[in-house]
Design a binder for this molecule. Structure first.
Ligand SMILES: Cc1cc2nc3c(=O)[nH]c(=O)nc-3n(C[C@H](O)[C@H](O)[C@H](O)COP(=O)(O)O)c2cc1C
Length: 327
């Protein structure tokens, strides 16, 4: 499939997740079969001020293409300038606009899902981003609507298409739902049926079967996976096989999974330094330990690591203590 002039050969995307889909995690997901990645959301306003903390969010991995930078904001001039800066600094192939963030501090500013409440304004912002992106395709990621009484995804998507957007990702929940309930794949189908540009289906893909089903049910061009990949990047490998109609490979044994968690911490340390990597490991590595015996005990220890050396010691101990129940 193509998004504008950008070819995407594997229709499997890693969803943007602030705090989780940093360069390290995206690198691992790509190695395991994600065909398209999106950065964590980046403030267009902060980009315009060349904020020191914001610029590293734009960094893409070596060979991380095709990939998008996701921007949030609601002012046309700021978003136009932000798009130009994002395109210049990151080398991303695509600029994505966040129209789905359900956090009050974002939507109360008219950003994220606050922007999606006003399709006319959202279309003007999208047109501004298209101008700023200097020929790179622009996409938008949205939810179904504000709440179940205000479903506007089809109207919004049509307006964005008219504004020059090249693809739309739809998370099948409303803003009010946040992450509760089930994603409604039927409404994603309605968006796909109404548009001539590609649609990316997102919400509740936790298994290879879900990936096959969501594409079948929605008719979408690509599937986007978020929470299902956290601590389980092998989901991409499994989904890629399922989509090709091949046998689904087993998840690797515990030892190998722990090695991957350690590698993620090392990659994070390379980009952000050892201290931050260890702080992040407290949250992210715990996800890799889900379901193992004595997980609580190891999690508690992980929450205290401060150096890579301590990470190595601890994980060596886990590998020694535990025999993988799946082995
Ligand atoms: C921790 C977390 C952070 C997220 N951050 C973003 C973000 O920065 N931009 C965005 O468009 N969506 C964000 N999302 C939403 C996801 O991209 C995705 O739409 C949602 O998790 C549904 O997909 P899933 O069921 O596969 O997880 C975030 C979700 C989570 C759980």
């Amino acid at each position: 499939m193509f998004i504008g002039n950008v070819e995407i050969s594997t229709p499997l995307a890693l969803a943007p997740m602030a705090g989780d889909t940093d360069l390290a995690f995206r690198t691992i997901c790509r190695e395991l079969g994600a065909g398209y990645t999106v950065t964590e959301m980046v403030s267009a306003q902060a980009l315009c001020f060349q904020d020191k903390k914001t610029l590293p969010l734009l960094e893409l991995g070596e060979g991380e293409h095709p990939a998008a930078v996701q921007l949030f904001g609601c002012k046309e001039d700021v978003m136009e300038k932000g798009a130009a800066k994002a395109a210049e600094y990151s080398g991303a192939d695509i600029i994505d606009i966040n129209m789905g963030c359900p956090m009050p501090k974002i939507y109360n500013n008219g950003e994220g899902s606050g922007l999606a409440r006003d399709p006319e304004k959202a279309a003007k912002v999208a047109a501004a981003v298209v101008r700023g992106a200097g020929g790179k395709p622009v996409t938008a990621k949205l939810r179904l609507g504000w709440d179940k009484g205000h479903i506007n995804c089809v109207e919004l998507a049509l307006r964005l298409q008219d504004a020059g957007v090249s693809a739309i990702a739809v998370h099948g929940r409303t803003t009010v739902q946040k992450y509760s309930g089930r994603a409604d794949w039927n409404l994603i189908r309605a968006v796909k049926a109404a548009l001539s540009i590609p649609v990316i289906a997102n919400g509740d893909v936790f298994s290879p079967k879900d990936a096959v089903d969501i594409l079948k049910r929605t008719g979408a061009d690509m599937v986007m996976i978020g929470r299902g990949a956290l601590g389980n990047p092998w989901l991409f490998q499994q989904c890629a096989a399922a989509l090709r109609g091949e046998p689904v490979p087993e998840r690797p044994p515990l030892r190998e999974r722990i090695d991957t968690a350690v590698r993620q911490i090392e990659l994070t340390a390379r980009q952000k330094g050892e201290r931050l990597a260890c702080l992040q490991a407290r949250r992210q590595s715990i996800l890799y330990l889900k379901g193992i015996p004595y997980a609580g005990y190891y999690k508690e220890k992980l929450c205290r690591v401060e150096t890579l050396e301590q990470v190595y010691e601890l994980t060596k101990g886990i590998k020694r203590d535990l025999k993988d129940p799946e082995e």
